[in-house]
Design a binder for this molecule. Structure first.
Ligand SMILES: [Zn+2]
Length: 417
């Protein structure tokens, strides 16, 4: 059995730690989460790691390196979306465990410590917040999130405490950046680029920035049969023109992905001219400058469309998260490992947020993407094949071996032995 086939078996086993329904539904701090930790604990123990759960309910497996050595963090998340797949997140916890098993059986020892992290909550489905685990490590979490409640009124504080941990201890989790070599995350691509290139693996250049805007056109309602076409101030017609331009303008940039995924119209009746049209505009790009330029263009265009048809126009930014670049040195080491393992080097940005986004506040990050079938994720038929996961295990093991050979893994606080 290859390590990729072992990965496939273990992922199908842990997929049973799920609430009922199609696919995998594993929300944080639930009985399913607790069952999953038993599997992960076994994977970590088999990889020679000492296992404990921290105060953010992150399962931490540590391989102790020589005295005074830095620590390389590797991980991803255990949770899923409702009716999600069996690879998103959890695969990035399993494959590095297998890579450590492989290095161990090859007789390699590492001159640094390694920790594999299984974060509790990345998807942010249960609570209106996410990424508590990596934020606690980076020292960037906000205490007030502990008071946020799920739809049953259970606060995050109560959920973690009930799960067996102690939220007041969270502030002790922050790591000293000087002790950390970096953070590596392996994740399914969740898009079609690797499949298009017929490549099993991709090295991520960075994680796209995201902004969201509320856009509003206000016109005048009236009877659908009596108001002449020339006299209309139809908010939905104006919104439609702008939405079509959003897609065309984004297509022309090559770097921006822009989406209008919802719209609400008033009075919303079959025989009434729409008075208002409100929609969210979400924009993502690996370049913050390209994203801002794009949004500026859309704002000008919207104002012009409104002026031309006698409407009012508003556009207000409601959320912004800057892009995060992957570390050049770590990414080059990872790229070398991918090629050394015999695979083509494809580099690509991540359009989705990951635990690595929050970890970037602590230390340099790198990300490895694994091809997924038809680019599909967050659904029961999400799939990565055993050969591709085997390729990823080889690349992770190669990455660790290259870092070991590079000699830059000691903590600068400590004098050399
Ligand atoms: Zn994920």
């Amino acid at each position: 059995m290859t390590l990729g086939e072992i990965a496939q078996t273990r992922l199908s086993e842990i997929a049973s730690c799920s609430a009922t329904g199609a696919g995998v539904t594993r929300l944080p701090f639930t009985p399913e989460h607790r069952l999953a930790l038993n599997h992960i604990r076994h994977w970590m123990t088999a990889a020679g790691l000492e296992v404990h759960m921290d105060a953010a309910a992150t399962l931490v497996g540590r391989l102790e390196g020589p005295v005074g050595s830095k620590t390389l963090l590797i991980g991803s998340h255990q949770d899923s979306v409702p009716n999600g797949g069996r690879y998103d997140g959890i695969m990035g916890v399993l494959l590095p465990c297998l890579a450590l098993e492989k290095l161990h059986s090859d007789g390699e020892t590492l001159p640094f410590s390694v920790e594999i992290l299984a974060f509790a909550d990345e998807e942010g489905v249960r609570f209106p917040t996410a990424l508590l685990g990596p934020r606690a490590l980076a020292g960037t979490y906000d205490n007030s999130v502990l008071d946020l409640a799920d739809q049953d009124g259970v606060t995050l504080r109560a959920a973690i405490t009930e799960f067996g941990e102690d939220p007041p201890q969270l502030d002790r989790l922050a790591r000293n950046p000087a002790d950390i070599l970096g953070y590596l995350e392996t994740h399914i691509e969740q898009g079609p680029v690797l499949e298009t290139h017929d490549a099993p693996l991709g090295v991520v250049t960075g994680i796209c920035g995201i902004e969201r805007n509320n856009v509003r056109f206000v016109g005048r309602t009236g009877h659908a049969g009596t108001v002449p076409m020339a006299d209309r101030r139809d908010a939905l017609v104006a919104a439609s023109r702008l939405i079509a331009s959003v897609a065309d303008t984004a297509k022309a940039t090559n770097t921006v992905r822009a989406t209008v995924g919802a719209i609400s119209v008033q009075p919303n009746a079959v025989n009434a001219i729409p008075e208002t049209a409100d929609f969210p505009l979400e924009v993502r790009s690996i370049s913050d400058e390209a994203r801002q330029d794009f949004t500026d263009q859309i704002r000008v265009l919207g104002a012009q469309i409104a002026r031309d048809s006698g409407l009012a126009f508003e556009m207000e930014q409601t959320y912004v998260q800057p892009a995060v670049a992957c570390d050049i040195d770590l990414s080059e080491t990872l790229a070398g490992a991918v090629q050394h393992a015999g695979f083509p080097l494809i580099t690509l940005p991540s359009g989705a947020t990951h635990d690595a986004s929050a970890m970037s506040d602590l230390c340099p990050i790198a990300m490895l993407f694994v091809r997924c079938k038809h680019g599909l994720s967050h659904r029961p038929d999400e799939h990565a094949n055993a050969a591709d996961m085997n390729a990823a295990v080889d690349a992770i093991a190669g990455f660790l071996a290259s870092l070991a050979a590079s000699g830059s893994t000691r903590n600068h606080h400590e004098p050399p032995l």
